[in-house]
Design a protein around this ligand. Structure first.
Ligand code: SF4
Length: 761
């Protein structure tokens, strides 16, 4: 891909310009039903169809004002009537629409009006807002006849309000790019493997490609990916870099690396979830309830200006400080700052979720972005969760009992009808678990009717808030949306817990198993992306499930560690298969005790479940009461996790029992004597059950590798991650016991890191 020319003008989308210049008053995120993207598109298409021949839909327009280039797509133009139309689809009642929304719509429509007058040489124009109700399909048309000079004045006033900011942004961009060109790697020499990684990331950015990079722990992957992408940003004209992490620890590493890289003037923003940033969790996000929402847009310009003027990182603490100084909401301030930051550090969901903020901004602004996806093996499971939708019996039951349902018969009727359709389906299903070809039609119709009734209810009673009804509504909408997007990437299933005696307690799920079709367009929307992790084997598995573009590059960085650092033993005489669990308890406990007696120190012992872990821990405690042990428990709080990890002191000794795939099996760093060995008493294979068997069949159909994609690869990935806790630096020494005879199989050993020297144990 060729390099883009340096920007001499500031390009801004009409919508973004108006968001900046026309928003006033309070933040109002009171829940109002809104059309889905598909409903919106269908509404626009229907209006265009009604207009008939000669109607020009989706008109690309642009115009300049001093150093600004303003561009966008007007919804439609009727040359016969000389009418420019801005179409807005909606649900609910038009009279409830806040004035601020209407102001914004007029501001946009009139800017398009001027751009069209200029382009077509018109001296006047009818500018119309067409409000299209997605339910009734009725149109409400509000229009004004405007002269070209009035529209021009309107355009110039908005541009003038934005101009100083745009010029500041152009200057910032230039200074930033100059600083990035001069940026030096701050850590002296690259570590072994780190240069290779950095070069590959740089090449991927130059080629506008996606890179899948497997690089071992300890080489400095965070700095090794951020530095080359920052260096590539000026020549590739990257607008932003997004560093996306699965966990808070990954975000912190990125912020620390950015601090150390110390690029002058680089705006670094951390995004955190609403529940972590909210100052008034007991309030709703609108001016009547929350003081930080009241007058938000009036105080936002000063808060925004202060944020971009400061030199340090805009991490959670700093954004909070600024927000409170200016009396605006920290969470929504950080959303605004995402528009102006150079590097945004946040969770995967800010880019990959169906309605993700960062992806939405990329689309709206046509930004060129560089993506870094940290610990990318996690994106398979996280992606599946994002694109899975469930309808839970409890949610429906609570919605039916909600005050709103009790007070409004129409609502109650729709909820009851859905419950009946659900129960009928459940009753007709003899087996506790079943996969359906598609969403069962009667249930889907009842669900849609129910969503429609709740939409109507919320539209007619905007002041009524009902948490139970709202929770159910969001679940129903998400399910409806995933039903629209249903394809072979997901299963529709109904499962009934073994304990549920009565019909009506089943869970209906659209279960995403291949997130690739959703992830791929997101990856393709970026100019370049690097997905990196220490465990990305086998690569075709990740390429298939993560939807990597066909042209993606791959890199495997060799380990800086050598076989002499880690003694790997395979316990061929022990089977951890479910039927053999009882028999395995004593030999595993004896193995742990023997290893500890030979070499006292800190160890981690991983098991496939809490029950298994508990059984071995209890046996060991009985037989070796002098041996210090501590165990992971279900739903540990953060403080309890810290206590668990604190036991791994330099001079400590004992065995920490943990669950494979849990909080202690990846992302924790216990170098040197803090951890001298690990036991992995399982292959980590997901349980064989009805759901996984369905997944296996679908994987077989899609990729021809059902067992491997469902059981073997995900299991071994967890084993390698957990075992990776032992050797963290080139001076570490350790021991690893792989406990199960299947570890001796060649197809399993092929999935283990090549630098391990395996023996028969
Ligand atoms: S402080 Fe909390 S309640 Fe107030 S606007 Fe922000 S997120 Fe909403």
């Amino acid at each position: 891909m060729s390099e883009a020319p340096p920007p001499t003008r500031y390009r801004v989308a009409v919508r973004e310009l108006c968001e900046f210049t026309a928003k006033q008053g309070s933040l109002d995120l009171r829940f109002t039903p809104a059309p889905t993207a598909l409903e919106g598109m269908a509404g626009h298409a229907l209006v265009a169809e009604r207009r008939g021949e000669g109607y020009r839909a989706e008109l690309s327009l642009s115009g300049d004002y001093q150093s600004l280039q303003v561009r966008g797509r007007a919804d439609g133009y009727q040359p016969r009537l000389r009418r420019l139309e801005e179409i807005k689809t909606y649900k609910g009642r038009l009279q409830d629409q806040p004035d601020s929304h209407r102001r914004l719509h007029w501001a946009q429509a009139k800017i398009y009006g001027w751009l069209l007058c200029q382009q077509e040489g018109l001296d006047e124009l009818e500018v119309a807002l067409v409000y299209f109700h997605v339910g009734s399909q009725q149109e409400t048309l509000l229009s004004e006849r405007c002269s070209a000079s009035e529209l021009r004045l309107h355009f110039e006033q908005h541009c003038e309000r934005f101009l100083a900011w745009a010029e500041q942004e152009l200057a910032h961009r230039q200074a930033r790019d100059t600083a990035l060109q001069a940026l030096q790697f701050p850590f002296g020499e690259f570590r072994a493997g780190q240069r290779q990684l950095a070069e590959a990331v740089y090449r991927a950015a130059q080629g506008g490609r996606c890179l899948l990079a497997e690089a071992p722990t300890g080489i400095g992957k965070t700095a090794g990916t951020l530095f080359p992408l920052l260096k590539a940003a000026p020549t590739q004209r990257l607008d932003k870099i997004f560093f996306l992490a699965a966990k808070t620890s990954g975000r912190q590493l990125a912020l620390d690396a950015l601090q150390a890289l110390d690029a002058p003037g680089l705006r670094r923003l951390e995004m955190v979830a609403r529940d972590k940033a909210c100052e008034h969790p007991d309030k709703a996000c609108h001016g009547d309830a929350c003081p930080l929402a009241l007058g938000f847009y009036d105080r936002l310009p000063a808060a925004r200006a202060a944020a971009v003027a400061q030199s340090g990182a805009l991490d959670q603490a700093r954004v909070r400080e600024l927000a409170l100084q200016h009396q605006v909401c920290p969470y929504y301030l950080s959303q605004e700052l995402a528009r102006w930051a150079d590097v945004v550090v946040g969770d995967y969901n800010y880019y990959f979720d169906l309605g993700a903020l960062l992806h939405g901004l990329v689309q709206a602004n046509q930004w060129r972005v560089g993506l870094l996806v940290d610990e990318a093996h996690n994106l398979v499971e996280r992606g599946r969760k994002m694109y899975t939708a469930e309808l839970l019996p409890d949610s429906l039951a609570q919605a039916r009992r909600s005050p709103a349902a009790r007070a409004h018969p129409a609502l109650k009727k729709a909820l009851d009808k859905l419950a009946r359709a659900w129960r009928a389906l459940d009753k007709a299903q003899a087996e506790p678990y079943r996969v359906y070809e598609a969403m069962p039609e009667p249930l889907l119709s009842a669900l849609q009717a129910c969503s429609g009734a709740i939409t109507e209810h919320f539209s007619e009673h905007p002041a009524e808030s009902d948490a139970a009804l709202q929770t159910f509504y969001f679940e129903a909408l998400h399910l409806g949306r995933m039903a629209e997007l249903l394809d072979s990437h997901s299963l529709v299933d109904l499962s009934r817990p073994a304990t549920a005696a009565m019909a009506g307690n089943s869970t209906l799920c659209i279960r995403n198993i291949v997130p690739a079709p959703f992830l791929r367009p997101r990856l393709e929307a970026a100019h370049t992306s690097t997905l990196f992790s220490a465990t990305l084997q086998p690569r075709p598995y990740y390429a298939d499930l993560l939807g990597l573009p066909e042209t993606h590059a791959v890199l495997q960085v060799g380990s800086p560690f050598d076989a002499a650092q880690l003694q790997v033993h395979i316990s061929r005489a022990i089977s951890t298969r479910y039927p053999d669990r009882r028999a395995s308890l004593a030999p595993i406990a004896a193995l742990i005790a023997r290893q500890y007696a030979d070499q006292p120190g800190n160890y981690l012992a991983f098991f496939s479940s809490y029950d298994y872990l508990q059984q071995v821990a209890e046996l060991l405690a009985r037989e070796q009461p002098q041996l210090p042990i501590w165990t992971q428990s279900r739903r540990m709080l953060e403080a309890e996790r810290q206590q668990f990890l604190a036991r791994f002191a330099e001079d400590g000794a004992g065995i920490g029992f943990a669950v494979l795939g849990g909080a202690f099996s990846e992302g924790i760093d216990l170098p040197g004597r803090r951890l001298i060995g690990a036991f992995v008493a399982t292959l980590g294979l997901p349980q064989i059950n009805a759901v996984n068997e369905q997944i296996r069949q679908r994987m077989q159909t899609l990729f021809g590798t059902g067992y491997d994609y469902t059981y073997l690869f995900p299991g071994l990935q967890k084993v390698v991650q957990a075992a990776g806790r032992v050797i963290r630096t080139p001076s570490d020494q350790g021991v690893l016991h792989l406990i199960d005879d299947r570890f001796a199989r060649p197809q399993v050993q092929r999935l283990l890191p090549p630098w391990w020297a395996l023996d028969g144990g």
